[in-house]
Design a binder for this molecule. Structure first.
Ligand code: FES
Ligand code: FES
Length: 163
């Protein structure tokens, strides 16, 4: 068994888990944060993307023990003060979701992308960087529109403070 302590959505959590427990399992099963989805469990679909120390990570590719001491943000941690995060708001405005299964991972990847590119993000980059996020409803057109709109609204200031 491994002892694990981390900050999740600004809250300190700690506990024991099996050495082989994946970060996504720890988040969903131990913490009850089921907004992070599991689509494949094999690093293919991107439904499980969370932020670890500010960077997008497929949480099915990382052990919970490897995240010991990290600062983790899940989809539940994006909205603040009752307001949706600008990327969440853009997905809603542009109908960037259908069944919603891929949406948490898409949004976490998009927030990371905007934190690196700010308002300079262009369509080609969005499409290339979302390659690791699969939408089985194939709503890519509106997803890309939502990410570009959020990037332009958040601007270059988002480069240092996307969350
Ligand atoms: Fe992690 Fe699909 S569940 S990439
Ligand atoms: Fe259904 Fe993307 S909205 S999988």
């Amino acid at each position: 068994m491994a002892n694990v302590s981390m900050t999740v959505n600004g809250r300190s959590v700690s506990g024991q888990c099996e050495d082989r427990m994946l970060l996504v399992q720890f988040i969903r099963e131990n913490l009850g944060l089921t907004g992070t989805h599991v689509g494949c469990d094999t690093s293919q679909c991107g439904a499980c993307v969370v932020h670890v120390d500010g960077k997008a990570v497929k949480s099915c590719t990382m052990l919970a023990a490897q995240a010991d001491g990290s600062d983790v943000t899940t989809i539940e941690g994006l909205a603040s003060g009752g307001e949706l995060h600008p990327v969440q708001a853009a997905f809603r405005e542009h109908h960037g979701l259908q069944c919603g299964f891929c949406t948490p991972g898409m949004i976490m990847s998009a927030v990371d992308m905007i934190s690196r590119h700010g308002g300079q993000l262009d369509e080609k980059t969005v499409r290339a960087e979302l390659e690791g996020n699969i939408c089985r409803c194939t709503g890519y057109h509106n997803i890309v529109k939502a990410v570009l709109d959020a990037a332009s609204k958040m601007g270059d200031g988002a480069k240092v403070a996307a969350e």
